[in-house]
Write a new protein. Structure first.
Length: 229
């Protein structure tokens, strides 16, 4: 695992594309960000004071590829901390972040027979992988992406880039207001139990999908989840 480092980071852009969803980009003031695809960071709003230790923070998956100079995250407003983020993360603000954390894609795994399952903003760690140059090595990857409605699918640019990097990427998007929620039974039926499943999204979705896949006979080591809350 890469060594965790504290960075002074400047907010360089803030987008609020729909209701309670915000996308923020950061530039490092203390050396280029170093991380691997699929990892996450700790973000603090209060200034770091060595005397009091690291302040209250939250974890967010890095949506950008390490090939990029800047880091991008997308978050939904849920609770006091993310409400503060929506109010305080304005262009030019300097904050403290620590990274990298997580090993979702750092283990040995075949680049054959696998699917990505994402709910809502849970797609962000996958985009970090999809938009990295090494994604071309994956053979016929499949993405099942569940989102509230078309307005909440704000990832067209990243998904288009992913298709350019790897034209074999198969993208299946399910809009909850039209198609209902993602159905792990049908996904499992389509892909079988000799497949590696990467799952990212709400914790209740991750837990239920994992349990269901195991009940079908899938070995637990074939299930890789992005969960750190």
């Amino acid at each position: 695992m890469s060594q965790v480092k504290k960075y002074k980071a400047e907010v360089i852009s803030v987008l609020n594309p729909v209701n309670d969803i915000f996308t923020v980009e950061f530039r490092s003031h203390t050396g280029r960000f170093k991380y691997l695809p699929g990892q996450f960071l700790h973000l603090a709003l209060d200034e770091y004071d060595l005397s009091f230790g690291w302040p209250e923070s939250r974890c967010f998956s890095m949506q950008s590829s390490p090939d990029n100079e800047f880091i991008k995250i997308t978050f939904s407003v849920k609770g006091n901390f993310t409400s503060r983020m929506a109010q305080e993360l304005t262009k030019g603000k300097i904050i403290d972040i620590k990274l990298p954390y997580g090993e979702l894609f750092q283990f040995e795994h075949s680049k054959e027979n696998f699917v990505f399952i994402a709910g809502g903003t849970g797609i962000t760690p996958f985009l970090s992988v999809f938009n990295d140059s090494f994604f071309v090595d994956y053979n016929n990857p499949k993405l099942y992406f569940g989102v509230r409605n078309q307005h909440y699918n704000i990832y067209d640019i990243e998904l288009e880039l992913a298709r350019k990097i790897n034209p074999t990427l198969n993208i299946n998007i399910k809009y909850q207001n039209v198609d209902g929620v993602l159905d792990i039974d049908s996904i499992s039926y389509e892909n079988g139990i000799s497949t590696t499943y990467f799952i990212s999204g709400p914790q209740i979705m991750i837990a239920s999908f994992k349990s269901r896949l195991i009940s079908f006979g899938l070995k637990e080591n074939f299930i890789k989840t992005d969960e750190w809350e």
